[in-house]
Design a protein around this ligand. Structure first.
Ligand SMILES: [Cu+2]
Length: 137
């Protein structure tokens, strides 16, 4: 009995300390390089907060853009801020840019199931095939 209590206490402790994600968020690490997102597709759940860490393993800057997607509670951390983007001038619903060798974080809660296109908006990258899929279940 004592052992079981100890094990459940340990399990609670591990659950509380799991990963660096904010409480309750699904943590996903996405590697970017020339010219791909990994993993691809990325699958998340509607209504559940997501913490996406973008790790740039490439030699140039890359970003993560979903132009139109119903989302709530969007925040970014460690991004590059203003940078040159191809396409329209409207700010996409999801966007974080990462310098070569850098890391940035994008947090959001998707609210509508569907399949959404991810692109890297750095000029020429989408055209080079830097396209992915975000699946919201
Ligand atoms: Cu890119």
């Amino acid at each position: 009995m004592r052992k079981i209590l100890l094990l459940s206490a340990l399990a609670l402790l591990l659950a509380a300390c799991g990963g660096n994600a904010e409480a309750g968020a699904t943590a996903i690490t996405v590697k970017v390089s020339e010219f791909a997102f990994d993993p691809n597709p990325i699958t998340v759940s509607s209504g559940a907060p997501v913490e996406l860490t973008l790790v740039n393993e490439g030699a140039v800057e890359h970003d993560f853009v979903v132009e139109v997607i119903p989302v709530e509670d969007v925040t970014t951390e460690g991004g590059m801020g203003e940078h040159e983007m191809s396409g329209g001038h409207e700010e996409p619903d999801l966007h974080v840019a990462t310098a070569a060798g850098g890391t940035s974080v994008l947090r959001f809660t998707p609210t509508e199931p569907g399949t959404y296109q991810i692109i890297c908006s750095v000029p020429g990258h989408k055209e080079a095939g830097m396209i992915g899929e975000l699946i919201v279940k």
